[in-house]
Design a protein around this ligand. Structure first.
Ligand code: SAH
Length: 335
């Protein structure tokens, strides 16, 4: 069985029609399919069953305290039985409406040399990447668009040469500055949860924590526009260097504090946090489109993957999925 069957193969550099995407996407995004939540829950349950640790995954829909962000103290509730979904209203005035933002674009510029011609990286066969994708599928990720994206992006481009041979094992790896590239499974899982079972492309997506740029590249395969923020300047520069040869036209990198989001570019159909905070900043909640989905690790030592769905202007739903482990979300900028 080929998990990526049915989804078009994508090769870099991406073509213009790939960047543009289809116009039908937004409709799907503003009407999230509820069965996707069930899928996420089933997956979480499977992961929990296979993990012998005491931490038990499960769906826990709960209120969102809109005025203060989502508290991470709920991480400890991962072991509690699911409770019914609760709607909570917020006094929030909503997200900023400016959608211009393109003038400040830090879009990677095309390079004369195609990535595949880089000589400083070992040749990694596509079969190795296919095997990685098969393992991810076996772990419960089933969205064909996500599996196809994982197969299209050369993960070894984002690692220093000494680690490139390990690029396709299912592990997080160091990328410098005490940060790590997330394990392939969790990258795929988070994007699948954010997509929520839709069949087409997402509209606008924001990533907090660019790191080496790998997840941003994967996101750019499944969304029309991707914005990614990194707070460590040299890491931001590294991501730009890593991504430049891939010439991904629908990806914009920003240096700054991602806890503030990117109001000038929102609202976003999807937001992914690649670092764990004790709560999800209110600014990010406000920058979600109605029907938009935010996926984030929440907690300190005991982190849980959390899905927020904005169901109305002043209403969000929260679900906790499975245990996870991420580097911390930190305020401000560095470097
Ligand atoms: N998605 C990345 C994972 C990077 S690890 C990848 O594919 O490589 C998480 C990153 O989040 C780190 O680089 C860290 O510096 C960054 N980070 C933490 N807090 C942040 C914040 N407030 N704003 C932006 N980036 C942040």
């Amino acid at each position: 069985m080929s998990e990526s069957e049915g989804a078009p193969k994508k090769r870099f550099p991406l073509t213009l029609d790939f960047v543009t995407g289809d116009a039908g996407r937004k409709k799907a995004v503003t009407s999230p399919r509820m069965n996707s939540l069930q899928t996420a829950t089933q997956n979480a349950a499977r992961h929990a069953a296979s993990a012998s640790s005491s931490a038990t995954a499960g769906k826990t829909s709960r209120p969102v305290t809109g005025a203060r962000g989502v508290s991470g103290s709920s991480a400890s509730t991962a072991n509690t039985p699911p409770v019914s979904s609760t709607k909570i209203t917020s006094t929030s005035t909503g997200f900023a409406s400016s959608r211009s933002g393109s003038s400040g674009s830090t879009l990677p510029k095309p390079m004369a040399t195609h990535a595949s011609e880089r000589s400083d990286l070992p040749l990694v066969s596509e079969a190795v990447r296919k095997a990685m994708v098969q393992r991810i599928a076996q772990q419960g990720v089933s969205d064909p668009a996500v599996l196809s994206a994982m197969e299209a992006v050369p993960r070894h481009y984002f690692l220093e040469p000494g680690l490139a041979s390990q690029a396709y094992i299912d592990a997080s790896l160091p990328i410098g500055y005490h940060q790590t590239i997330s394990q392939p499974y969790i990258v795929a899982r988070m994007i699948e949860v954010m997509r929520g079972g839709i069949s087409g492309r997402l509209g606008k997506v924001l990533e907090i924590g660019t790191g080496c740029g790998y997840q941003a590249a994967v996101l750019a395969q499944v969304a029309n526009e991707v914005y990614s923020i990194e707070r460590i300047r040299p890491m931001h520069e590294l991501a730009r260097t890593n991504l430049r040869p891939l010439r991904i036209a629908n990806l914009r990198l920003h240096y700054g504090d991602g806890m503030l989001g990117l109001p000038q570019a929102g609202p976003f159909d999807g937001i992914i946090l690649a670092a764990a905070g004790l709560e999800i900043p209110q600014g990010l909640l406000d920058q979600m489109a109605i029907g938009g989905r935010l996926v984030a690790p929440v907690g300190e030592r005991n982190q849980v993957l959390t899905l927020l769905t904005r169901t109305a202007r002043n209403e969000w739903m929260s679900e906790t999925l499975e245990p996870c482990h991420f580097v911390p979300l930190r305020p401000g900028t560095f470097g």
